[in-house]
Design a protein around this ligand. Structure first.
Ligand SMILES: NC(=O)c1ccc[n+]([C@@H]2O[C@H](COP(=O)([O-])OP(=O)(O)OC[C@H]3O[C@@H](n4cnc5c(N)ncnc54)[C@H](O)[C@@H]3O)[C@@H](O)[C@H]2O)c1
Length: 326
């Protein structure tokens, strides 16, 4: 794989960021990580990258990093992403996700940033049923989703003025860990299904809460599109190459284009691991019954071909990683 010009990765000490860094350092590209470690972890910081502890809201610091290190591209992952917390503490999410993104963009003014990749989320689509394409008008329901939507708008708005191209990547449900087993998801607080199952796999009596059992789906539980972290990393690298060489901006869904119910995943857990007690609880506000990505665009434009589109593999990698950190 080709080497890129110097890249700044905000949130590079987090789950997704650390996987992007792991892949990019192998291309000999110079990688700079900016992370304040609010939810990131020292353990996830790649030794081959230059780590700078700091905040995306610190405009002067960000500007100096860009100038000093001749940064040409930014992969912007730094954000808060606890959906429940966002509803309770909107200010915190406005400040970090919206104002933080705004400050980061402002720091690029009159500098030579060519490309920005922005981590967005399928949650910006809001209430949809089934396959959703990038053409769908965003209709964010929860506050976290709203902050991601505002982030997208800011990235788009300043693109012409500051002369950068962007790739807005709308992730569906990210899961699993790197084949290296050196990095994976550590944060427990986000309530991600695969992480919860991995935590439970190490308990004597695994238990799982499922929110709602009377959705209009085949088994009454919610349907989502789960993407393995390594395929998501690939989508980042391919989109960076695309916007850099074609000098075009893009918005892309990142998923596999197929939905699985929560019960499907729990049943796979039962097959590869052991028994698990299910506790059905109330539906969560804002959860839609069934959503998965329309992936025609990413496949066509990037010629992206996922290599880990296999729920057993995804779950096994999450369980293996959990054992490593416990
Ligand atoms: N995990 C998913 O399933 C998922 C789905 C859709 C979108 N996303 C987006 O992907 C991105 C990365 O998520 P993740 O799962 O790796 O979470 P994470 O919490 O592991 O990573 C976020 C990183 O950003 C850092 N950070 C937060 N605020 C910062 C700030 N102001 N300055 C500097 N660093 C800061 C944190 O310390 C952490 O290392 C986020 O933008 C998130 O909204 C994630």
């Amino acid at each position: 794989m080709n080497k890129f010009d110097n890249i700044l990765i905000t949130g590079g000490a987090g789950y997704i960021g650390s996987h992007i860094v792991e892949k990019l350092v192998k291309t000999n590209t110079k990688i700079f990580i900016l992370d304040n470690l609010v939810t990131g972890h020292k353990k996830l910081i790649n030794k081959k990258a230059k780590f700078i502890k700091g905040d995306i809201k610190d405009l002067t610091k960000v500007r100096n990093i860009i100038i000093k290190n001749d940064i040409k591209s930014i992969i912007h992952l730094a954000a808060h992403l606890n959906v429940k917390e966002a509803e309770k503490n909107k200010k915190k999410y406005t400040l970090n996700n919206i104002k933080g993104t705004f400050k980061l963009i402002k720091a690029c003014k009159n500098l030579k940033i060519k490309n920005i990749i922005f981590s967005s989320s399928c949650s910006i689509y809001g209430s949809v049923n089934g396959s959703v394409s990038e053409k769908r008008k965003p209709n964010p329901q929860g506050y976290y989703a709203y902050t991601k939507y505002k982030g997208e708008q800011l990235i788009k708005k300043y693109s012409k003025k500051y002369k950068y191209k962007y790739a807005i990547l709308r992730y569906f449900n990210v899961a699993g860990a790197s084949d290296s087993n050196k990095i994976g998801e550590i944060q427990k607080s986000y309530g991600h299904l695969f992480k919860n199952l991995a935590i439970q796999s190490l308990k004597k009596k695994p238990k799982i809460s499922i929110y709602g059992r009377d959705y209009d789906t085949k088994d009454g539980t919610c349907i989502r599109d789960y993407i393995h972290i390594s395929d998501l990393v690939d989508a980042h690298i391919k989109s960076l190459k695309y916007i850099d060489t074609k000098s075009k901006s893009v918005i892309l869904n990142c998923g596999y284009g197929k939905g699985y119910s929560v019960m499907d995943i729990v049943n796979i857990f039962r097959k590869i691991n052991k028994k698990i007690i299910i506790n059905f609880t109330k539906k969560r506000p804002g959860d839609v019954a069934n959503v998965y990505a329309d992936v025609k665009k990413i496949k066509k434009i990037l010629k992206w071909k996922p290599k880990n589109n296999n729920l057993v593999k995804i779950l096994k990698s999450a369980l293996k990683w959990e054992k490593t950190i416990n």
